[in-house]
Design a protein around this ligand. Structure first.
Ligand SMILES: NC(=O)c1ccc[n+]([C@@H]2O[C@H](COP(=O)([O-])OP(=O)(O)OC[C@H]3O[C@@H](n4cnc5c(N)ncnc54)[C@H](O)[C@@H]3O)[C@@H](O)[C@H]2O)c1
Ligand SMILES: O=C(O)[C@H]1O[C@H](OP(=O)(O)OP(=O)(O)OC[C@H]2O[C@@H](n3ccc(=O)[nH]c3=O)[C@H](O)[C@@H]2O)[C@H](O)[C@@H](O)[C@@H]1O
Length: 387
């Protein structure tokens, strides 16, 4: 398998060792799966949890046994970090607090996680001449210029005012009291630091800006494999509502727009970055699917239809209800209005394009959610309440 794999310039790909921080999360689990099943690379998988990659770690008879090694550690305070980075050719940093419900309610943890805790990772890579792929976010763009134009302005139709370009678009956040932007601001500063390490000290880096990657294993279902009061990202919130046959909650009318990309398409892009350093180094890449744009309300409607199809259950009489952002997320919430990635740079450098339509990715994801959680939810709802 290893001998026949070529990079985009027709050169054979050499097996490498990857130090993957945050490997036990949603993106990490899919990336580990891809690396184990399709490449000869080794992974040092670092995380506090490993539930989402257990199927790759056990039993010892798996075909890739020996190529993936789990290290349970918290990068906030663990002296093993530098040694593990030194053992690898490439470090991929995925570790972060990245659920919007935390940004305004736990802003300190959010800023520490997304900026302070990433500092040693950047420093060790720079000092030891190790390549770094760092996961940032499309949230660094904040709000679009379009959102500040008068409602009746014809300029609103011009993509120049809303399509998000890595090397052109400004980063527009709300005021400081809108603590929603604590995450985006911390991510922006770590991007700037990495970029400066590249410019001043020659760090070889790639920055990834994911645009709403979704699929199986994203976040958790409250009360089943996560806290009952926890608020995950929208895919898991809506899945939870559908599984429990309760209306989907539309924050502030569900008017915000998002483009969703299937995790398996997005992972293809990350693999291209890993295996084509000459084309990926020094770049910031948007990774999203500009063709899959919907409002959150449209997403709720589509998920309801798809879920009816895959579960065989009847649709709810009241499929959605409106809630205010203050009620749902608390004080200090704010929102990105629209997120369409420009794909010029990733197309030119890596020839990558997303493939999966929103309907198809929801169908496979909700099939997984139903298969994984429907029984557990039924059981938990049947339990008598204790007094
Ligand atoms: N999923 C998306 O669409 C998306 C979009 C934009 C940005 N991102 C970024 O991609 C990265 C991964 O996102 P995800 O969706 O997989 O999130 P996730 O929460 O599923 O994964 C993050 C992982 O990092 C681990 N982690 C956090 N702090 C740690 C620490 N101190 N020490 C060790 N491990 C730690 C967590 O346990 C978790 O397993 C994040 O940086 C996130 O900001 C993701
Ligand atoms: O995925 C991304 O690309 C980035 O965006 C996400 O931010 P956001 O898209 O706002 O987070 P979601 O929780 O997925 O919410 C999407 C939209 O749905 C709305 N929503 C969410 C949950 C819900 O039950 N109802 C609802 O209307 C939110 O208000 C928001 O407008 C997160 O910040 C990050 O994981 C990531 O950096």
């Amino acid at each position: 398998m290893a001998a026949s794999r070529m990079d985009l310039d027709g050169r054979p790909i050499k097996p490498i060792t990857i130090c993957m921080i945050g490997a036990g999360g949603f993106i990490g689990s899919h990336l580990c799966e891809k690396l184990m099943s399709e490449t000869p690379h080794k992974v040092l998988a670092l995380d506090v949890y490993n539930d989402k990659i257990k199927h790759l770690l056990e039993p010892d008879s798996l075909p890739w046994a020996g190529r993936i090694q789990f290290h349970r550690l918290n990068i906030k305070h663990d002296s093993r970090l530098e040694g593990l980075i030194k053992m690898a050719d490439l470090t991929i940093n995925l570790a972060a607090i990245c659920t919007p419900a935390d940004y305004n309610t736990r802003p300190l943890d959010t800023i520490y996680s997304n900026f302070i805790d990433a500092l040693p990772v950047v420093k060790y890579c720079s000092e030891n001449n190790k390549r770094l792929i760092h996961f940032s976010t499309c949230e660094v763009y904040g709000k679009t210029i379009q959102s500040f134009l008068p409602k009746d302005s014809p300029l609103r139709q011009d993509p120049a005012y809303y399509v998000l370009k890595e090397d052109v678009s400004p980063c527009i956040f709300g005021s400081i009291e809108k603590q929603r932007w604590s995450y985006a601001c911390a991510k922006q500063l770590i991007e700037r630091l990495i970029y400066a390490e590249g410019a001043e000290n020659g760090l070889e880096f790639t920055i990834v800006r994911p645009f709403n990657w979704i699929g199986p294993r994203m976040d958790f279902i409250p009360g089943i494999d996560g806290p009952s009061e926890g608020v995950p990202r929208v895919l898991a919130c809506f899945s939870n509502n559908l599984l429990r046959r309760e209306p989907l909650k539309l924050v502030d009318g569900g008017q915000s727009q998002r483009t969703f990309v299937y995790i398996k398409d997005a992972i293809e892009a990350v693999l291209l970055m890993i295996e084509n350093p000459g084309r990926a180094n020094g770049h910031i890449f948007n990774v999203g699917n500009p063709n899959n744009e919907v409002t959150v309300r449209q997403l709720a409607e589509m998920m309801t239809k798809v879920y009816t199809k895959v579960s065989g259950e009847s649709a709810l009489e009241t499929p959605t209800i409106d809630v205010s952002s203050k009620e749902f997320y608390g004080e200090g919430y704010d929102d990105s209005d629209k997120r369409i990635p420009d794909m010029t740079i990733i197309n030119k450098q890596l020839g990558w394009n997303p493939k999966t339509s929103l309907w198809d990715l929801l169908e496979s994801t909700l099939t997984y959610q139903h298969r994984t959680y429907a029984e557990a939810i039924k059981k938990s709802m049947a339990k008598p309440t204790s007094y």
